[in-house]
Design a binder for this molecule. Structure first.
Ligand SMILES: [Zn+2]
Length: 431
């Protein structure tokens, strides 16, 4: 463990630390961010009134739209001159959301990333191939400084030029790989095409995140790259990567409770659900200076467990996030997450692990077409037969009727970073 004392802290001590840090965070937000001060005043709460963690429920939620409404720097608790770095996420519509870090925030982040990498099985002295995108996206630089902080060697290759990535993984002898799960499969595919056997290479562990993925996808990645695939979770509004990560038990992601408070709430009522029940993840930061976040609604659906983990860490575990509320499709009254379709497709014989979902409106109804591709060219008669059987398979597993288009090998666009899984043609005019 990178910070054993913090990672194995008894839960009562953890709660006391959370309360102390929460009160400091609320003071910071109240004194320096007009939006937070106004909201607390509207509810008649001053930071000093928060005397227990249960009092958190009295505070207002923060949403992504708050960041957009106060674009670019209106949510910052420090003047711009005191920030060391900015990141931003593009979002699908409207203005980007901008996040900022003081020098101390960057040190906190690097420490949490080092802790997360170690938790996932990366060791000091390892060579780590970092294929996450560098730039305004938090993924690349977030991992970069964590890898350095851990005492490992970072190869800052970013995304793209996959042939070169394969060559460098082989030539440099990377033990760990960091990228999105969809890009991990692109690397596997290119390696196979080039005749490079990554299954028996130096690679032993991969940290994958920044997009939802399924257990079936994990099995596919582990099998094709010959490594243990570890899930990590984060979001730029809260920190970037480094919020939660799996340990080698692969049974939920440890959320770092000395730096964040995690709530799981019924998305409709805003009330907490019972432990183990699914709900929306709501996160409060405890150590951020520049951008304190109070009860941020992530829109991610998960469950938590505070049961003790075999690895010895005491921090709660989030079940892997398989979908964001915003990504949910409602097809003829049935709720569908793209990751459910992924889970249905992966492992089907003859089908490559690349897919795209097209949503259209046919009259009053939404209609799904799933594009898949074959591993090898099979001819149109066999394609038609395969299409029928995939359609039947999806219907029986998820209960929705879809069209399935079987395409030639390589026809689905490959992503260098976050994969575009859904093409929503219903909102074309607005988008
Ligand atoms: Zn564990």
């Amino acid at each position: 463990m990178f910070e054993a004392a913090a990672e194995t802290m008894p839960r009562e001590k953890l709660a006391a630390l959370q309360l102390r840090r929460l009160r400091a965070t609320l003071r910071n937000a109240y004194e320096n961010v007009p939006l937070h001060r106004t909201r607390m005043q509207q509810r008649g709460i001053r930071p000093a009134d928060v005397r227990s963690l249960a009092d958190l429920a009295r505070l207002a939620f923060t949403q992504k739209s708050d960041l957009r409404d106060h674009y670019p720097f209106g949510m910052f608790a420090r003047p711009r001159e005191q920030l060391s770095r900015l990141h931003a996420s593009s979002g699908t519509t409207g203005k980007p959301t901008v996040v900022g870090y003081t020098r101390r925030d960057l040190a906190t982040w690097a420490g949490l990333m080092a802790r997360s990498l170690a938790c996932g099985g990366v060791r000091p002295g390892d060579l780590v191939h970092n294929a996450l995108g560098y730039g305004l996206f938090t993924g690349g630089l977030g991992f970069h400084y964590g890898i350095e902080r851990l005492g490992a060697t970072v190869v800052p290759i970013s995304g793209g030029s996959t042939e070169r990535q394969v060559a460098l993984i082989r030539d440099f002898g990377a033990r760990a790989l960091c990228c999105t799960p969809s890009y991990a499969l692109v690397i596997a595919e290119v390696a196979e095409k080039e005749g490079v056997d990554l299954r028996n290479s130096s690679l032993e562990v991969g940290l994958f995140g920044a997009e939802p993925w399924s257990e079936q996808m994990r099995a596919e990645i582990e099998q094709r790259l010959g490594l243990q695939a570890i899930d990590n979770y984060g979001l730029s509004e809260i920190l970037g990567p480094g919020v939660a990560v799996e340990c080698p038990e692969q049974d939920g992601l440890h959320g770092w409770e000395d730096h964040f408070i995690f709530e799981v709430l019924d998305p409709d009522t805003g009330r907490p659900v019972r432990e183990g029940q699914p709900g929306e993840l709501v996160v409060t930061t405890l150590t951020k200076e520049a951008l304190p976040m109070i009860r941020y609604r992530t829109r991610d659906i998960t469950r938590v467990s505070t049961a003790r983990c075999a690895c010895g860490r005491t921090h709660l575990r989030l079940q892997r996030v398989t979908g964001r509320n915003d990504d949910m499709l409602i097809i003829r009254g049935v709720n569908v997450f793209p990751s459910q379709i992924e889970a249905a497709l992966l492992g089907l014989p003859g089908i490559a692990p690349h897919y795209q979902i097209v949503v259209e409106r046919h009259g009053p109804l939404d209609h799904l077409t799933v594009d898949v591709e074959t591993l090898t060219a099979i001819g149109s008669a066999a394609e038609a037969k395969l299409s029928q059987s995939v359609q039947h398979h999806i219907k029986s597993l998820i209960g929705v009727t879809t069209d399935v288009r079987v395409l030639a090998p390589g026809a689905i666009p490959r992503s260098q970073g976050k994969a575009v899984r859904v093409r929503d043609l219903r909102t074309k005019a607005a988008g």
